[in-house]
Design a protein around this ligand. Structure first.
Ligand code: PEP
Length: 255
């Protein structure tokens, strides 16, 4: 899943999608065999444009996601976007609780949980981001933080929602910093997350858990080789078609 964050322009969007289609025929074939789900999350203003570009391609392997959503259905919420609007323009996925939303925009666990439920109830696939800061890791509270972030959602949402929803473990210290969690560090937390879901329901083995944090073509294969890492949430590297497609290829190794 590529998170383009606040990057792009009309022409950049057009070129990037064109390059992904031209260079990604192998991923297209893999997607037709249901071996991979490949999603791009452009900024809101380009969602419609990307949806149209994807519709022009027969059996596009790229699916559409949004980077955020609001928890109410409609009304006086200036600047916000509802889940049904995202549906309406063709989104299938939405990122919820990205650490940049938590840190820069002050989103807290309760709001994130309400967004998660609204997205799910509107038939979107919520991608719930959790992860600790550097200070939290250094003080040994990674598991506590991840547990609190997940618990806030599990307290409000039926656990069955995780059959379709996706969890993304994104250590804040690794996002956009060039520092990546080692495959072992990531696997440890992914295993912990799967264990937490197991406490509630036996669907845990089916829950998809993505890793995010400076994933690049040269480290993706090692991360994805771990049993509890089911894919990636890719920021910076998703803006480059070659990098992004190489990461998709790494996800296919051993599938
Ligand atoms: C992200 O935006 O979720 C992310 C992981 O960014 P980057 O890959 O640039 O670290």
């Amino acid at each position: 899943m590529g998170n383009w964050k606040m990057n792009g322009s009309n022409s950049m969007v057009k070129n990037l999608i064109k390059e992904l289609f031209n260079e990604g025929e192998d991923i297209q074939r893999a997607s037709q065999k249901n071996l991979i789900d490949c999603v791009v999350c452009p900024p809101f203003v380009y969602l419609q444009q990307v949806a149209e570009l994807l519709n022009q391609k027969k059996d596009s392997f790229l699916q559409l996601g949004a980077q955020n959503v609001y928890c109410e259905s409609e009304g006086a919420y200036t600047g916000e976007t509802s889940a049904s609007m995202l549906q309406d323009v063709g989104c299938r996925y939405v990122i919820i609780g990205h650490s940049e939303r938590r840190q820069i925009f002050g989103e807290e666990n309760d709001l994130i949980a309400r967004k998660f439920i609204k997205a799910y109830d509107t038939r979107l696939i919520p991608v719930l981001c959790v992860g600790e800061t550097r200070e939290e890791r250094e003080s040994g509270s990674t598991f506590d933080i991840v547990r609190q972030q997940l618990q806030a959602v599990m307290d409000l949402a039926p656990i069955q929602y995780f059959e379709r929803a996706i969890i993304a473990y994104e250590p804040v210290w690794a996002i956009g910093t060039g520092l990546t969690a080692t495959p072992e560090q990531a696997e440890e937390v992914h295993g912990y997350i799967r264990g937490l879901v197991t406490e509630y329901h036996d669907i845990a083995s089916q829950v998809r858990i993505l890793y995010g944090g400076s994933v690049k073509a040269n480290n993706a294969a090692d991360l994805f080789s771990k049993p509890n890492i089911d894919g990636g949430l890719i920021g910076g590297a998703s803006l480059n078609s070659k990098e992004f497609l190489s990461i998709c290829r790494a996800a296919l190794v051993g599938v």
